[in-house]
Design a protein. Structure first.
Length: 95
């Protein structure tokens, strides 16, 4: 899983049938302090949890991305699978 911040949306009126009804987001990977990971490229992911702009999320990629109810057997490589409320690192709140 990867920690990231929602930085945008993708709008595609023409797409594979398997993507109909999905919301597609642009996720920028971040570190444990929510700072942008400068070495990581943004990830395009299907949203399975209703995430919005600016939120910190967890994404799964590869075959794991096709394990949610929304994404099962669909042509995707990344899915937003959780909205992060809080991180504790060594007993202290991160971010």
């Amino acid at each position: 899983m990867t920690l990231g911040r929602v930085i945008g949306s993708v709008w595609a009126t023409r797409k594979d049938e398997g993507l109909n009804g999905t919301k597609i987001l642009i996720i920028q990977p971040v570190d444990l302090n929510y700072d942008v990971d400068e070495e990581a490229n943004p990830v395009i992911a299907v949203d399975s949890v209703g995430a919005g702009a600016g939120e910190i999320v967890l994404i799964a990629q590869g075959s794991s991305a096709r394990q949610t109810k929304l994404t099962h057997n669909k042509p995707i490589d990344a899915v937003v699978m959780a909205i992060v409320d809080k991180l504790d690192v060594f007993g202290e709140a991160a971010g």
